[in-house]
Design a protein around this ligand. Structure first.
Ligand code: FES
Length: 101
């Protein structure tokens, strides 16, 4: 089911946010106009990716210890601790994510 996350103008290009949607913590990003949604916490030591995540297309880098993830898939380039990704879309100036809750 799709859930409203926030208004489009609250997520500028090349930025991220830590947000909770129906008790599901998420890290969402916009880079080069494209949206991405991940689990909120880095699998290494629980860094809050929406806060400490750096965007370097095509990667998301956790700035705490520099683990690197593919933006498109959440694949971790160092270990098999990948990020969970969520479908995300924008419609009529609103951002929505698809959650199974
Ligand atoms: S907490 Fe993210 S790399 Fe260590």
């Amino acid at each position: 089911m799709w859930y409203f996350v926030l208004n489009s103008n609250c997520l500028l290009d090349n930025s991220g946010q830590q947000i909770e949607v129906h008790s599901v913590p998420l890290a969402i990003f916009r880079l080069q106009g494209k949206l991405y949604a991940f689990q909120a916490y880095c699998p290494h030591r629980m860094g809050r990716l929406g806060v400490v995540g750096l965007l370097d297309h095509p990667y998301l880098i956790c700035s705490l210890h520099n683990w690197k993830f593919e933006l498109q898939t959440g694949k971790n380039l160092q270990t098999s601790d990948h990020l969970r990704t969520y479908p995300i879309r924008e419609s009529e100036n609103q951002i929505w994510v698809q959650l199974e809750i």
